[in-house]
Design a protein around this ligand. Structure first.
Ligand code: SF4
Length: 70
């Protein structure tokens, strides 16, 4: 089985317009199946991670530690 990002995006217009689409791309395909078996469904764990601010928190932490190393 293969799944191209373009195939996934055609199936999920909400991901096309999502502000996190560049980083997330719908999350994990295995995670997408958890909502009912559709391997092209969005990964709800990825949505929770990105839309609840965790992406920004981890990005800020990475930038902070990178600055300390330089
Ligand atoms: S955060 Fe959710 S809506 Fe946005 S790209 Fe990821 S799976 Fe799609």
């Amino acid at each position: 089985m293969t799944c191209k990002v373009s195939e996934y995006m055609a199936h999920n217009p909400e991901c096309v317009t999502c502000r996190y689409t560049y980083n997330c791309k719908g999350g994990c395909r295995a995670g997408g199946t958890l909502g009912g078996g559709d391997y092209l469904a969005p990964d709800m764990k990825a949505c929770l991670y990105f839309k609840n601010g965790w992406f920004e928190r981890f990005k800020a932490m990475g930038e902070k530690y990178a600055a300390q190393l330089s």
